[in-house]
Design a protein around this ligand. Sequence first.
Ligand code: TPP
Length: 376
Amino acid sequence: MDRHGPLSDDGLVTLLDRHGERLADPDWEPYVEHLTAEDLRGFWRDMTMTRAFDMEATSLQRQGELGLWVPALGQEAAQIGSGRAIREPDYVFPSYREHGVAFTRGVDLPQILTLFRGLEHGSWDPAAHSFHLYTLVIGAHSLHATGYAMAMDRDGLVASGNPDADGAVVCYYGDGATSQGDVNEAHIFAAVNDAPIVFFVQNNQFAISEPTTRQAKVPLARRADGVGIPSVRVDGNDVLASYAVTQWALKHARSGAGPVLIEAFTYRMGAHTTSDDPTRYRTRADEEHWAQRDPIARLEAYLLKHGELSDEFRAEVEAEAKALGKRTREAVKSWERPPLLTMFDHVYAEPHQQVEAERAWFDRYQRSFTDEGAHA
Ligand SMILES: Cc1ncc(C[n+]2csc(CCOP(=O)(O)OP(=O)(O)O)c2C)c(N)n1
């Protein structure tokens, strides 16, 4: 392993190794010592549910029910660990692969699929879940997130004197996004304005077919050095470590000390999307290497070793996952195509003159194809 390049495992925070052995790290212990066996089982459940939903969505795409699907396979620990460290009034800006984080924010997972069936931009209420809609334009949301964080500060939600009431933003994007202008601008803007934001980079080692080695000469976390943002590299397949570093980063940001960048080093076990064939750009040996580091298996090994994963609990989660799969299939198949005019809804929070004018024009245009319109 190259000790200096972007795939180095140097300095990765790890609290649970790939065999499920707990590693002691006095620096990070304070961020996990309160977790009970029930909490850890909860992490395992969250990851298992996320994966079950993911597999279901892939099947639905293969059956022609979805236009596209973006699997999060292999990234469950990075997402559940960080997601479980987020609380009110924090606010999340995801990209498009954060199904695990969505789950921790209480989004009903089938709702995500309205986007992938081409019906809506996502049908959850961002305010109700403190979880913004997905963004397909790589990195664009990093600027929105930075502005939102600065507004949270101005609204008195940061360093208020009551740490339990403070909040910060968490913005998720991938390794490829770190090459984007928008993301670098967001880093600079956040740094010089001490914006309360945690940039959470899931380095899954590929931007579609472009490997991280073609995006950087150094670990991605070091991008933060150049703009004066503290950063940490974490084993993204370790749910405990992902939770610990996000706890720390959020505490830092909520206290008014400014942004943090987390690089979660992980691996996309599936395809980039259902339109992609990863065998064209990576080897079977690589996939096998990372299969040995499966984030769910790692926590499962730990729990089993400590007698904390009973057959009853596993059966319960299995049944829950099955029910979610069934509900997802039924929901997707029941969705009707919405009237085209709904595309003008939710553009702004309040009615807007220009949008209303465009809606009226489109309405007339649509009617021109009917008998009623043709004779008007
Ligand atoms: C601005 C922009 N450029 C290009 C694309 C096409 N595109 C979609 S996903 C992707 C790769 C993104 O990789 P990364 O940031 O590592 O995230 P990942 O998909 O691996 O989670 C690209 C280039 C896009 N959606 N938006």
